[in-house]
Design a protein around this ligand. Structure first.
Ligand SMILES: NC(=O)c1ccc[n+]([C@@H]2O[C@H](COP(=O)([O-])OP(=O)(O)OC[C@H]3O[C@@H](n4cnc5c(N)ncnc54)[C@H](OP(=O)(O)O)[C@@H]3O)[C@@H](O)[C@H]2O)c1
Length: 274
C-alpha cells in the first residue's frame, strides 16, 4: 500500500464526524481537532460563508474530506432533512451536538419567541439529532455521541434562567441515554464547559468588558480537555473542574436523593391531622 492509500484507509476507518455549530467557537475547534484525528467532517451551521472558510482551511491542513451543510436547526424542515441525512449515512461515526444559543436575561425580560428559539435549538435539535444517529450506532455497535451542556446544566442563574433550563435538559437527557446504551459499544459523552471565550456571550447580550479573563477558558483549551476526557473514557467531562471529587459527590448525592424519595409515605414534616 502506498502512503496515500494508507492515509486514505486510515481516514475512512474513522468515518465522518458531524459537528453542529462548526462556524465559530467551540464547534470550530472540535472540527479542527477531529480533522487532526483523521475524521472526515460534516460541518453544520447557518452561516455558509463561515462554514466554507472553516472547511477550506481544514482541507488545506489535513488530508480529509469536509462537507458543509447550511441548516437552521431551529427550522423544523432543515432539522428533519439533517436528521434523515445523518441517520441514513453509515459513514457517520460521531455526532458532536454543539450548536447552541444563549439569552442573558431573566425570564421576565425574555420574549416568548426567544424562549422557543432557545428550546428548539438547545433541546429539540439536540434530541432529534441524537435520536437520528443512535439507532445506526447501536446496530453497528459503534459510534460516539458528544452532547455539549454547560456549568449551567446544574446551576441556574437569574441572569439566564431559560438558558440554564435548556442546559439542564441536555444533562439529564444525555445521562438517560448513557444508561440506555450502557451495554452497547456506543460511546456517549456529556461535556459541561464553564465560561469559554466565544461569540456566544456578545450574541446573548453580554458586554465582554465585564467578563473576568481569569474565569474564561479559551475554546481551544476547552475542546482539548473535552477530547482528553473522551480518551480517558469519561462519561461526563467538566473541562475546568480541578477537583473531580466534587462531581463524584454531586452525582452520588443526586442518586441518594432519588432513592430516598421512593416511598408512598409523605415526609413527617408534612403530616396533617385527618
Ligand atoms: N462559550 C461558553 O461560555 C459556553 C459555556 C458552556 C457551554 N457552551 C455551549 O457550547 C456550545 C457552543 O457555543 P459557543 O460558545 O462556541 O458559541 P458560538 O461561538 O456562538 O457558536 C455557536 C454555534 O452554533 C451555531 N448555531 C447557532 N444557532 C444555530 C441555528 N439556529 N442553526 C444552526 N446552527 C446554529 C452557530 O452558527 P451559525 O450562527 O452560523 O448558525 C455557531 O457555529 C453551545 O451549546 C453553548 O451553549 C458555551
Amino acid at each position: 500500500m502506498s502512503n496515500s492509500d494508507l492515509q486514505e484507509a486510515m481516514e475512512t476507518e474513522k468515518g465522518v464526524a458531524v459537528v453542529t455549530g462548526a462556524s465559530s467557537g467551540i464547534g470550530k475547534i472540535y472540527a479542527d481537532r477531529l480533522a487532526a484525528r483523521g475524521y472526515d467532517l460534516m460541518l453544520v451551521a447557518r452561516r455558509g460563508d463561515r462554514l466554507q472558510a472553516v472547511a477550506d482551511e481544514l482541507k488545506q491542513n489535513y488530508e480529509i474530506r469536509v462537507e458543509t451543510v447550511i441548516a437552521d436547526l431551529g427550522d423544523p424542515d432543515d432539522l428533519q432533512r439533517l436528521a434523515e441525512r445523518i441517520g441514513n449515512d453509515e459513514n457517520v461515526t460521531m455526532l458532536v451536538n454543539n450548536a447552541g444559543i444563549a439569552v442573558a436575561a431573566p425570564t421576565v425580560r425574555t420574549s416568548s419567541e426567544d424562549i422557543e428559539r432557545l428550546i428548539s435549538i438547545n433541546n429539540t435539535a439536540l434530541a432529534r439529532l441524537s435520536l437520528a444517529v443512535l439507532p445506526g450506532f447501536a446496530a453497528r455497535n459503534h459510534g460516539t455521541l458528544i452532547n455539549i451542556g454547560s456549568v449551567q446544566s446544574f446551576y441556574s442563574r437569574s441572569a439566564s434562567t431559560t438558558y440554564s433550563g435548556t442546559k439542564a435538559f441536555v444533562m439529564l437527557f444525555t445521562s438517560g441515554l448513557q444508561q440506555e446504551f450502557a451495554a452497547t459499544g456506543v460511546r456517549i459523552q456529556l461535556v459541561l464547559p464553564a465560561g469559554t471565550a466565544t461569540e456566544i456571550w456578545e450574541l446573548a447580550g453580554v458586554d465582554p468588558k465585564i467578563m473576568n479573563p481569569s474565569m474564561i477558558m479559551s475554546a481551544e483549551d476547552c475542546v482539548d480537555a473535552a477530547l482528553a476526557g473522551l480518551d480517558l473514557g469519561e462519561a461526563v467531562t467538566l473541562p475546568s473542574l480541578e477537583d473531580e471529587q466534587l462531581w463524584a459527590e454531586f452525582d452520588a448525592l443526586r442518586e441518594k436523593m432519588f432513592h430516598a424519595m421512593q416511598t408512598n409515605v409523605p415526609a413527617s414534616r408534612y403530616s396533617i391531622a385527618r
